[in-house]
Write a protein that binds this ligand. Sequence first.
Ligand code: PEP
Ligand code: MG
Length: 322
Amino acid sequence: QQALWAQLKDEPTFTADGEQIELVGNIGTPNDVTGVLNNGGEGVGLYRTEFLYMGKSELPSEDEQFEAYKSVLEQMGDKPVVVRTLDVGGDKELPYLDLPKEMNPFLGFRAIRFCLENEHVFRPQLRALLRASVYGNLKIMFPMIATLEEFRKAKAILLEEKENLKQEGHSVSDDIEVGIMVEIPSTAVIAKQFAKEVDFFSVGTNDLVQYTMAADRMNEQVSYLYQPYHPAILNLVNNVIEAAHSEGKWAGMCGEMAGDPIAIPILLGLGLDEFSMSATSILPARTQLKNISKKEMASYKDKLLSMSTAEEVVAFVKEKTE
Ligand code: PEP
Ligand code: MG
């Protein structure tokens, strides 16, 4: 097994029927890049930037952020790097921001909602990203997008800062893709409308599952409802992928589901383009994909989408991939 993984480390990812898939890693700090590269990652599909803001007493400066983003981009060379803008709130608190305690933090003032109302926090991050963009293949992703207005506002601020930087004499890349995380059901449902405006989607199943099933991802007592293989989730994911493809865009996934050996064949059949996972899952996933046919999995798509329970889905996938 180890020997096979070592052999596959520097190879692209192909399915048994010769379809190419992109396998990339999730990171939290520039130090994590080594792990992604050593495990054969073809890029970074999710850089959670929260860690830059955590464990300190004040906001990180624009320059401090610039150095971190530049380091990740330089280490990755021309491989794609998807950086997610700040996703505070929910389970991720920042003491120095002095945010009010909420009854339902996961449904509250977090991520893009917070950033759009706190431009003194949002703009420096965008400026740092734009300045770093010339050092690699940067893609910018906004978290927790629930409406098109939020995306349009965030993108407008990004474009404003791009102009500002140019006026100040900085160089900024002209081909930065700008996409969103799909982790709120409203966005998954009207993915078709979003697909006309975004450059890509990345499905955040950790949150999408909790919001779709109305089951807090941290609450043990309702964890039986936290069902990534539930047909409702599969239908939402399928909707996102179809919407992306109908507009010539790509769809990825950066929630835990993307690295799960039971989910991988299903997602392959639905047509997912990019799978982003923890570094140690990359080579097992590449090995697994080598042995499954995309065409075969795609032929089960309608059947899977019309199933009634997660249990049925799992039993079917196990039977077909044994
Ligand atoms: C997700 O929600 O699936 C995701 C990748 O984001 P996080 O786990 O950081 O909320
Ligand atoms: Mg999330």
